[in-house]
Ligand binder design. Sequence first.
Ligand SMILES: C[S@@+](CC[C@H](N)C(=O)[O-])C[C@H]1O[C@@H](n2cnc3c(N)ncnc32)[C@H](O)[C@@H]1O
Length: 323
Amino acid sequence: MSYLKLLEVLDHNSMNGLSNLLKKEFPTFFENINHGDFQKWSCVVNELPSVSSSTIDLNKGNIVIGKKSDCSNSERKLIKKQLKQLMPWRKGPYSLFGIYINSEWRSDMKWIRLQDDIKPLKNKLVLDVGCGNGYYGWRMLGREAKYVVGIDPSLLFYNQFSAIKKYTSNCNIDFIPWGIDELPDAELCFDTVFSMGVIYHRRDPIEHLKKLAKCLKTSGEIIIESLVIDSHNLDVLIPKERYAKMKNVWAIPSLKLLIKWADSAGLKNIRIINTAKTTLREQRVTEWMQYESLANFLCQFDRKKTIEGYPAPVRSILIAEKP
Ligand SMILES: C[S@@+](CC[C@H](N)C(=O)[O-])C[C@H]1O[C@@H](n2cnc3c(N)ncnc32)[C@H](O)[C@@H]1O
């Protein structure tokens, strides 16, 4: 994947801290990846047939790229076969040349919960930290963002993104397969920074928020989505081992504590715009994600609890600004 357009945008917007690091790291980054499946996934993407998409609609629940009539039956069969080799598809849905990728998560439901409360994205530079396979980045482009940069350390998600991007190559969106710790220490100046579903995976949530704030310009907006617990106090749930079978869930805050973390990180105009219980409609097993899902993570006898006996997943969205 070429990052030339991204480098130009970063340089043009005085984000040389990031562009210089990319220029230094990227010539050898992909060659040095030491992950058993990376080569296999890259080949899957490379072997996707070249087809031009006559339509792109980024404002529907499913990201629509291309029509069924854009390719032959054999090309569509091959595309589907290749995409299936990139399973599990956790975020979506997507519709590619009429192939409906019914992902584990109905990611569109989260987007609906926040779309009317965020500042307009038109002509904005957006960073999405922990972007999954990039689903929300496409929705941000649908809102006419000038450029979207997603970062996520998952190499599978990087390849899923690359497969979609192959059919939309002119779109102003890129995916850097890095975790947030790989971002430079330099101040960046994105207009809006999203970080959804990441903070409870971080050992130091306030540092996470400070690092995100460093990526924002003054008065820029930050959108944080997190699992939360139901408490009016400054409480936190620290799972003993797993939470809803997830590893690496370090701390699930109450809303009051989440707001306090944002305040401690120096953010202002902090508000919670939505709180919603995760339902079996939003997260479930599908043809494209055949492992366990929410139904298996909840207690069989009491759906209000996880299998470990913790409160079942509830998620909130916090919005704030950089002073
Ligand atoms: C629960 S998923 C959320 C994905 C997407 N943002 C969403 O809201 O649906 C968490 C994502 O964070 C990514 N992640 C984990 N550690 C990270 C880190 N240190 N920096 C950036 N992303 C990270 C994971 O790979 C995963 O894709």
